[in-house]
Ligand binder design. Structure first.
Ligand SMILES: *Cc1c(COP(=O)(O)O)cnc(C)c1O
Length: 373
């Protein structure tokens, strides 16, 4: 058996799925899944608070985004609010936002009632458990990523998982028609990611010139043009590395949970009305630690804490602004997505979350809170 076939078999064993197809990355995987489901020119429902790769995958598949409200507890689609959006949609993408396991049984019920295909975006939650099934075993097809910052990171690749033999065959045929992975394509993807972060960090509080909203049209055009670089196959040279890394996933998930718990203990005495801890849902794989800072109607406090952490040389982000605030010109009709986007602040829980990082974060947050008091 080739290393690729062995890795695909191991992914099936890890999730209980019948078929796995390695893809060039998670974005290509999601785009191929949507193409195979025939969603081109159809609406596809997705949460109004996701990383840009999800809407870019819809763009690559020719699907039309139909944004749904999120649930403040797990930051994924609110199943009740999604219900009315599903009739007539080609698919619904259930994203485990921030690695928080989302309400898959609720969404599956709504998808079944509407006759709409459910796609599980498991990119951030591989290794987790959603209800009575492992993450990666929900919906007609699940998407994994092994990119930078994901629970299992090789800085390359992704996979699609399904129990449907016809869908697996169609996906494999679509994937086989893609070009091989090249260093140039990877550089274009990395450059877009760096540009996105730089743009956001310069403009999120309007201090670096025009406000974020003014950046939207140019950024969206660039992102859609550059997203084509995602459409390539898995690099077979990475298959042995993936096979070797898979058994380390449970330990990596446990380490993320431990770092999150340690950070929580450190910050606990500082929590209160203006600084809340967003606990992950059961079975989650924490991507970052999530705090809600300040009142919803005034972002000055959140922005000031972000700037203070950055000034101290510490990683901190505020993902994700509602899509309606950064990527799309959709009406801002989703108050929860908007409120969370305006208040959220993320701290690191990957290997960069060292004792020194945690202590410096604790000091910076404490100074910030005392300055407010
Ligand atoms: C990272 C990510 C993707 C895309 O995966 P890549 O391998 O980076 O293309 C899609 N969805 C979610 C939720 C992600 O976090």
């Amino acid at each position: 058996m080739s290393p690729i076939a062995q890795a695909e078999k191991a992914l099936c064993a890890a999730t209980g799925r019948r078929f796995a197809v390695l893809t060039g990355n998670g974005t290509a995987g999601l785009a191929l899944a949507l193409r195979a489901l025939g969603t081109a020119s159809w609406p596809v429902v997705l949460p109004d608070a996701v990383c840009i790769n999800v809407p870019l995958a819809l763009h690559l598949a020719g699907a039309v985004p139909r944004w749904g409200e999120i649930d403040a507890r797990h930051l994924g689609l609110d199943a009740d609010a999604a219900g009315p959006l599903l009739p007539g949609a080609g698919a619904v993408v259930a994203v485990h936002g921030h690695g928080n396991t989302t309400d898959l049984s609720g969404l599956q019920r709504q998808a079944d009632a509407a006759g709409c295909a459910l796609v599980e975006d498991a990119c951030l939650a591989f290794g987790g458990q959603a209800g009575d099934r492992p993450v990666g075993a929900w919906g007609v097809v699940s998407v994994l990523s092994f990119g930078a910052g994901k629970p299992l990171s090789l800085d390359h690749g992704g996979a699609l998982l399904t129990d449907d033999a016809t869908l697996a065959r169609d996906i494999r045929a679509l994937d086989a028609a893609l070009p091989a992975c090249t260093a140039a394509a990877q550089q274009r993807i990395d450059a877009l990611g760096r540009h996105h972060t730089r743009l956001y960090n310069a403009h999120f509080d309007g201090q670096g010139g025009p406000a974020l909203a003014a950046q939207v049209p140019a950024f969206r055009a660039l992102a859609q043009a550059e997203a084509t670089a995602c459409l390539h196959r898995f690099d077979p040279a990475q298959a042995p590395g993936l096979l070797a890394a898979l058994p380390t996933l449970p330990a990596q998930v446990a380490a993320r949970r431990d770092r999150l718990a340690t950070l929580h203990t450190l910050l606990q005495p500082l929590l209160g009305d203006g600084l809340q801890w967003l606990a992950p849902t059961p079975g989650s794989v924490p991507w970052r630690a999530n705090l809600l800072v300040g009142p919803a109607d005034d972002q000055a406090d959140r922005h000031a804490l972000m700037r203070a952490l950055h000034a101290a040389g510490l990683h901190a982000s505020s993902w994700h602004p509602a899509a309606s605030d950064f990527l799309a010109d959709v009406p801002a009709g989703h108050p929860v997505a908007r409120r969370i986007g305006r208040q959220i602040l993320n701290l690191w829980v990957d290997a960069d979350c060292t004792p020194a990082y945690r202590a410096a974060v604790q000091r910076t947050v404490a100074d910030h809170r005392h300055a407010l008091a």
